[in-house]
Design a protein around this ligand. Structure first.
Ligand code: DGT
Ligand code: CA
Ligand code: CA
Ligand code: ZN
Length: 571
């Protein structure tokens, strides 16, 4: 039983208690613990096996009653209390709770009143406006739930890159461990670093059938859908499909090119080949009967008269045109990044102390970073009071006095309030090195109002950048509407940056708007928005997103050396 599973159960209990109309404090206790655990970096089962229930009791938010329940979960994998709560509830409740926008009470009302338990039944009722009979159920609610159903369906079909990437890596690492000396690589949308992935495609440069056997018997595999001599397709325990293909070593480059896609990119390449009198397929590039390229992917582009196109750009936008003119820019790379400029500490809702964050950042080779906790109004995320912030500033000053090769910037992720003002007065913001403004509340505004709100924030002299600009959570919350062009123009005018938030649920700015922003010359930075040390890994997805948006090293502020960056923020 991992913390993640326990957290899910805690949320479930809170939902069920809400349906039962239990008292708010009881519900809050479960929610508070779930929230706390989501950024707690020790596994409860380890604490329990070392020190038993007494160990659990020392953790904040865990009282005697909850400690008992967690012990039962760890020991048996089950919870009698949860089973009892579920007793007598209509089956549909749990199904409908999966849909964004449906809370426990609504889920219960729908399942109870209409006696349905599938999403398609619910969709039908919504379309026939039958749910209007429920109290407080207007057209707006109908619309919201239909949108929620769409988001849920997308999530079933397309998983977040940040969720599937580690799965692909694990599979590839394990296969490489067993079968040495061959190439095993991910292709498809994963290699293109697309924000969501339908399935994982893996290519192997060998016809050894034992690799298929190893693949199908990996621990991570739950079902084998198809198993042949040169390919196999499985589902993992996380319900992710993986297609594995064995290809001839001599055709590996051609196969990698073909299976990386996207499909439309491939179609255009084939047309270019045929105009030259060649033929291109997954086995190679052929002139007459002779293969002129195939072993290596770069060679295929070369022989077609094209500059090499990095996988992230292969989306059939204008990358092939640019490659013909040798105008594909040199994209930003992992090694260019010198800082992470969006990090939460335990001062707000992050799980780690600033000192621990600093040593991890140094371990990762960063030269500088910014601590950017939440501001005072954002109470759900333990936003800092002015006093806390002053304390944090002092702590950071002391750290900087001791550090030689690393510099910590005093930052904040300050809320952009409804009227576009910032959540601290100027004389406080003035004390900080790096101020990111973000919208976290009052999402329901017209496009014009939201745009004005953000532009008003950009006018503030002490603000440096806007965080996760659209507010979207992929497969969970739609972005609010904004006028990107007006915001980009304002960012240029006031000389402010815009964040590429690297959290895999956000990836915001999205790739297409990165491209737009860069065309206008807007400066960007990549921030992980990490709430614990392992989330510092998100930088990788942010870089992928930046590359998909054609970003070069110079476009991204956190590739700057510290001196240059300090000059930029003081400008
Ligand atoms: P996904 O899995 O939906 O996120 O997207 P992809 O791009 O990974 O698509 P997938 O898994 O269906 O196929 C992997 C690649 O194989 C795809 O990007 C291009 C290539 N491919 C698949 N089917 C075709 C096809 O019918 N024609 C061409 N030209 N290429 C194809
Ligand atoms: Ca795929
Ligand atoms: Ca596939
Ligand atoms: Zn935020």
């Amino acid at each position: 039983m991992t913390n993640k599973q326990i957290i899910e159960i805690l949320y479930q209990i809170a939902e069920l208690l809400e349906i039962k109309g239990e008292n708010k404090f009881k519900i809050r206790a479960y929610l508070k613990l779930a929230q706390f655990l989501s950024s707690f970096n020790k596994e409860l089962k380890d604490i329990y096996s070392e020190r038993g229930k007494a160990g659990l009791r020392e953790i904040p938010n865990i009282g005697e009653g909850i400690a008992k329940k967690i012990a039962e979960l760890i020991e048996t994998g089950k919870l009698t209390y949860l089973d009892e709560l579920k007793k007598g509830l209509p089956k549909g409740v749990e199904v409908f709770l999966n849909i964004p926008g449906i809370g426990p009470k609504t889920a219960y009302k729908i399942a109870d009143k209409f006696n349905i338990n599938t999403i398609s039944e619910l969709e039908k009722l919504l379309k026939e406006h039958k749910l209007k009979d429920l109290k407080g159920f207007g057209e707006k609610t109908e619309e919201k739930i239909l949108k929620g159903i769409q988001l849920f369906k997308n999530g079933q079909e397309r998983k977040l890159l940040g969720f599937v990437y580690p799965i692909a890596k694990k599979v590839i690492d394990e296969l490489k461990q067993k079968h040495k000396g061959i190439e095993i690589t991910a292709a498809g949308s994963l290699r293109r670093m697309k924000e969501t992935v339908g399935d994982i495609d893996i290519l192997v440069s060998s016809f050894d059938k034992k690799i298929i056997d190893s693949f199908c018997s990996l621990d991570i595999v739950s079902t084998v859908n198809a198993k042949g001599d040169t390919k196999a397709s499985v589902y993992t325990i996380h319900n992710v499909q993986i297609d594995l293909r064995l290809v001839d070593e001599k055709s590996f480059g051609a196969a990698l090119q073909y299976f990386t896609g996207c499909k439309e990119h491939n179609v255009i390449l084939r047309e270019i080949a045929s105009k030259k009198g060649y033929k291109l397929n997954e086995y190679g590039l052929f002139k007459g009967g002779t293969k002129i390229a195939g072993e290596n992917e770069k060679e295929i582009y070369e022989k077609l008269g094209l500059q090499f196109i990095p996988p992230e750009l292969r989306e059939a936008s204008d990358e092939i045109e640019l490659a013909m003119k040798n105008k594909i820019p040199k994209l930003v790379e992992d090694k260019d990044i010198k800082a992470d400029l969006h990090i939460h500490s335990s001062y707000s809702d992050g799980s780690d102390k600033i000192l621990d964050i600093v040593s991890e950042l140094k371990r990762r080779g960063y030269k500088y970073a910014a601590i950017t906790d939440h501001s005072k109004s954002l109470k759900v995320a333990k936003g800092l009071t002015v006093n806390d912030l002053l304390k944090q500033i002092k702590e950071i000053d002391e750290i900087n006095e001791k550090e030689k090769d690393f510099y910590l910037l005093k930052g904040i992720e300050v809320d952009i309030l409804e009227d576009g003002s910032l959540d601290y007065p100027d004389e406080i913001l003035k004390k900080l090195d790096f101020v990111i403004g973000s919208v976290h509340t009052n999402f329901k505004m017209s496009k014009k109002e939201m745009t004005d709100r953000i532009i008003k924030a950009l006018e503030n002299k002490y603000l440096h950048a806007i965080g996760h600009i659209s507010g979207r959570l992929i497969n969970f919350r739609e972005p609010y509407e904004i006028d990107y062009e007006r915001i980009f123009n304002a960012a240029i005018y006031y000389n402010k940056a815009i964040e590429i938030n690297a959290n895999p649920e956000r990836l915001d700015l999205t790739d297409i708007y990165i491209k737009e922003a860069l065309k206008k010359g807007v400066k960007l930075f990549i921030g992980t928005d990490a709430h614990n040390l392992s989330q510092l890994d998100y930088m990788f997805y942010g870089i992928g997103c930046a590359r998909r948006g054609f970003a070069k090293k110079e476009d991204i502020l956190n590739t700057y050396y510290l001196e240059k960056f300090l000059k930029w923020i003081k400008k």
